[in-house]
Write a protein that binds this ligand. Structure first.
Ligand code: PMV
Length: 330
């Protein structure tokens, strides 16, 4: 009744922002998203259902899980118990192989690893597709981390109860690098789970949703054709569009710091003056993800480190999906 899984974080090229209610009142994403799964930024999680436990216990990076994380972990475990017909509580130990306090989201890798480990520890044997609803209980973007390479997550089509996730291309199709310019180690002021609920208050949301079909087609084509210039143009456009929605929500969400803008300008400068192919995208926080090619990653990272306010640059190549491992954490 014990299993250990490993999963990587992911960076979205077309962002998921906003949730609605689907059939059966489950929360579903308002729009499709496309991401690249990351190596280096990975999580290992061991889960064991133990009849002697009085409640679910969870440690993250050798400390007790914070209350909000524990609540989300319990949601996933409760669902697994229901499906497997189990009563026992679980011990969960999770370790992030990247600085959690570095301000890059560990929830995607964390909940992908948790869903796989918990399902197998409970004796469930289905494929990755069956884990999608479990991951979403913890964090929406986690469902994309189940698969490696380039992944599409779509809202339920008419009549379907749950959303769909599929791999567009695997990690061997195209190796890119995500250089994460870390500007802040602070926790997010407004967690994305709350932010998603505010999306509908923005007058710009409709415009974003209306234009997404075109962007999605362009991004999928650019990934298929390994065309970084085309991909970069659209991933930057979508990141700015999502932040425009955030900034015009009520209350307004402003995740950027002055250094965020400084990195954006540095990226443009590297492209225009030095001919280095690199493009920025930003999640629900101040840090900037810079997508580039492996051959240019050292030069781009060196330049990013010189931008005032950049504390560290984390180099994450395209990674594989979630997998089980023999070695357990306890
Ligand atoms: O999965 P969540 O609830 O942490 O939301 C992720 C939201 C963004 O990172 C901003 C966009 C995305 O698609 O990853």
């Amino acid at each position: 009744m014990k299993a250990t899984a490993n999963a990587g974080s992911n960076i979205a090229f077309v962002k998921y922002w906003g949730v609605g209610k689907g059939r059966s009142n489950r929360r579903v994403p308002l729009n499709p998203s496309v991401s690249m799964t990351l190596d280096v930024a990975r999580t290992t999680t061991t889960v064991a259902f133990l009849p002697g436990l009085k409640e679910d216990v969870c440690t993250i990076n050798n400390g007790p899980a914070p209350p909000d994380a524990l609540e989300r972990v319990r949601r996933v475990l409760d669902r697994v118990r229901r499906i497997a017909g189990l009563k026992a509580f679980a011990r969960t130990v999770s370790v992030n192989h990247f600085p959690t306090s570095a301000g890059i989201a560990s929830s995607a890798s964390g909940f992908a690893a948790l869903a796989l480990a918990a399902a197998r520890a409970a004796g469930l044997t289905g494929n990755l597709k069956g884990l999608v609803p479990l991951t979403i209980l913890g964090s929406g973007s986690a469902c994309r981390s189940l698969y490696g390479g380039y992944v599409l997550w779509s809202p339920p089509a008419g009549g379907q109860a749950s959303s769909r996730v599929r791999q567009l291309e695997d990690e061997d199709h195209w190796q890119l690098v995500d250089l994460v310019a870390i500007l802040s180690r602070e926790q997010k002021t407004v967690p994305s789970e709350q932010g998603h609920l505010l999306a509908r208050t923005s007058p710009l949301l409709e415009g974003r949703l209306a234009s997404l079909g075109r962007i999605l087609t362009k991004v999928k084509k650019a990934v298929r054709e390994r065309n970084l210039q085309a991909l970069g143009e659209w991933l930057e456009a979508d990141a700015l569009c999502m932040h425009a929605v955030m900034m015009t929500s009520q209350p307004a969400l402003l995740y950027w710091e002055p250094a965020t803008l400084a990195v954006i300008k540095a990226v443009r400068d590297l492209r225009e003056r030095r001919g280095l192919p690199c493009y920025f995208t930003i999640d629900a926080g101040p840090n900037v993800h810079v997508i580039t090619l492996p051959e240019q990653a050292n030069a781009v990272a060196r330049a990013l480190k010189k931008v005032a306010g950049v504390q560290e640059v984390l180099r994450c190549p395209t990674g594989r999906g979630a997998y089980l491992q023999e070695e357990a954490l306890f």
